[in-house]
Write a protein that binds this ligand. Structure first.
Ligand SMILES: C[S@@+](CC[C@H](N)C(=O)[O-])C[C@H]1O[C@@H](n2cnc3c(N)ncnc32)[C@H](O)[C@@H]1O
Length: 445
């Protein structure tokens, strides 16, 4: 299987079956034995096309006599793959970028070969004349096309952030994220994990704020890595680890994780508890609970009880019982666009009303399980203030028995950047992490 054909199949799955990029790509890499160069090129093509989709379609439409919406899926994806190479990959000879798509079209959409060839050849001839929307006259159109975010999303960001911040954010959303792993200290030490990763060909950097967090670089196949298979490490972003650290679970605590699958934060908390105490890990989907069990087994975590339970319901048996409760709420995911660029094209402007109501509902129910003096943590992987500070403020207003913890003050040794705020908001353009929001509340005694 060559990388371009692999990219076509992965992008087709994402487009038609609404698959997630990381899962579809992981499956393709596992199924076919790519060498390290092809694996790198396949990944580059898949993420490059997804990150730049609006811009690619904008350019294709300038050379196609057929409207984008009318082009069949395989044909359009082949055009996008070639256009990405022509516009963004200097090292690929333009003739290869065109010919490979024309060849693949003979297998996947044979009536389109002439059309693909024609569009791409005229693109090669007219490439220098391609113009983006004018930044001064049409700022929103310019941002939308240049950084491939839908217009409504750009408009929403501009309501919350300055023009300069918004542009930096959109740009950062298209950058390659660092690969971060958590060292599972239930199985190994940080130093041993660093050594083992270096021996496997990775460059490793320790994180100055959270000791179990490592940032790694390299072209070895991570999925084949022994340390990952054996549970010595777990792939997790710094922002996500910060949540577990701020919950601050202790040995023998009873912790309830209301929205816990696939268990990144649950298993981190178990590690912080030295595998002593109990974590009730809930979610609404059976198949997702299975992922938590699998992860816990691999990581050697023994204190997690998974339960299917809807956070919209109230469990009378647990009222005021828990030392710590975590609500890592379902959210728009606008903070993890770097990892899942398809999120940009799947969200709708009117999703936010429904999602913020759900978040508040789950948070208020979760608050009932905390014992006096116990802690409630609310987190999202979003940068939208409505889902974050908006929900936290509404919760506080309606919950006089809770007070907000000043995270900037109490956890400053863990937090990069500006530490003044009571709640934490991480941004990809500022902190070079996923966009995460964290608020912590204490139940008054
Ligand atoms: C952000 S993810 C959680 C990630 C997880 N905490 C981790 O660190 O691996 C949100 C989870 O909430 C779950 N969820 C969605 N609606 C829910 C509800 N009404 N009650 C409980 N869980 C829900 C989703 O299935 C999803 O697994």
């Amino acid at each position: 299987m060559n990388a371009r054909e692999g990219a076509l199949r992965v992008l087709y799955e994402i487009e038609v079956d609404k698959g997630y990029s990381n899962i579809a790509l992981g499956k393709e890499i596992k199924r076919n034995n790519y060498n390290s160069r092809d694996r790198g090129f396949l990944t580059e093509l898949v993420y490059g096309v997804l990150e730049n989709l609006i811009r690619l379609d904008y350019v294709i439409s300038q050379f196609s006599r057929i409207k984008i919406k009318k082009i069949d899926t395989y044909t359009l994806i082949l055009l996008r793959i070639s256009t990405y190479q022509i516009l963004f990959l200097d090292k690929i000879p333009p003739s290869a970028a065109v010919n490979e798509s024309v060849n693949l079209s003979k297998k996947y959409c044979k009536d389109s070969s002439g059309f693909i060839n024609g569009v791409l050849r005229s693109m090669l001839r007219g490439k220098e004349e391609i113009k983006l929307p004018n930044k001064k006259k049409d700022f929103i159109g310019y941002l939308s096309v240049t950084y491939s975010h839908p217009k409504w999303m750009v408009e929403e960001f501009l309501k919350s952030f300055s023009a300069e911040f918004t542009e930096a954010l959109l740009k950062a959303n298209n950058e390659k994220p660092d690969l971060n792993v958590r060292v599972n200290t239930l199985k190994t030490s940080v130093d041993d994990a660093v050594l083992s990763l270096r021996n496997s060909g990775f460059q490793v950097e320790k994180n100055q704020f959270i000791e179990e967090s490592l940032s790694i670089k390299g072209d070895s196949n991570l999925f084949e890595l022994e340390a990952l298979k054996s549970g010595d490490i777990y792939i997790q972003d710094f922002g996500s680890m910060l949540v577990g650290r701020i919950v601050e679970p202790k040995e023998n605590d009873l912790v309830i994780d209301i929205c816990s699958a696939p268990g990144g934060k649950t298993t981190h908390m178990a590690q912080l508890m030295n595998n002593k105490g109990t974590i009730i890990a809930r979610d609404v989907y059976d198949h997702k609970l299975e992922l938590i069990n699998k992860n816990a087994k691999r990581l050697g975590v023994k204190i997690i009880n998974t339960e299917k339970f809807n956070g919209k319901d109230i469990d009378k048996g647990l009222l005021s019982k828990a030392d710590k409760v975590l609500v890592d709420a379902p959210c728009s995911g606008l903070g993890i666009i770097r990892r899942k660029p398809e999120i940009k094209y799947r969200k709708q402007q009117d999703d936010f009303k429904h999602i913020t109501l759900l978040q508040l509902n789950i948070l208020k129910n979760a608050a009932l399980y905390v014992k006096p003096g116990g802690a409630l943590v609310y987190s999202t992987c979003s940068i939208d203030p409505r889902e974050n500070i908006g929900v936290a403020e509404k919760f506080l207003k309606e919950s006089p028995d809770y007070q907000l913890v000043n995270l900037g003050e109490d956890y400053k040794s863990l937090i990069p950047g500006d530490r003044l705020a009571a709640t934490i908001q991480l941004y990809p353009n500022i902190h070079k992490t996923d966009g995460f929001f964290i608020a912590k509340f204490i139940k008054k005694t």
